[in-house]
Ligand binder design. Structure first.
Ligand SMILES: [Zn+2]
Length: 120
């Protein structure tokens, strides 16, 4: 999966802004490139307990998965793995200090996935 610079910067800024709580959103992609993060109404940003009201997520085939931040390392928790299985095929965790180097990507089964910056 690729991500635009603008979309990545939005995620990093939102993660910094939420610290030490967690930022959480859904990822929208076009042709294999993440272009946008959707904030789902009713989402809660709480340390280690972020959640999305899944019934508030629109039925939208361009939504490929989720993004959330951790105030620590970007390692998926058991709850994250459960969430990944239900919420799409591609997931991002941004770890502290919320730089491009502290971003990790995962498949729905929790295995590591590749994420690169798109050229545009
Ligand atoms: Zn998490």
């Amino acid at each position: 999966m690729k991500i635009t610079r603008v979309a990545l910067e939005f995620i990093l800024e939102a993660s910094k802004g939420a610290h030490p709580r967690e930022f959480i959103g859904m990822l929208r992609a076009e042709d294999g490139t993440i272009t946008e993060t959707l904030i789902i109404p009713g989402s809660t940003f709480e340390e280690c307990r972020s959640s999305i009201l899944t019934y508030m997520v629109p039925i939208d085939l361009s939504l490929v998965g989720s993004v959330h931040s951790h105030p620590g390392p970007p390692r998926p928790s058991r709850a994250d793995l459960e969430f990944f299985r239900r919420m799409g095929k591609f997931h991002i965790i941004v770890g502290y200090p919320y730089t491009p180097q502290s971003v990790a990507a995962f498949n729905s089964d929790g295995s590591p996935a590749a994420l690169e910056l798109s050229n545009d």
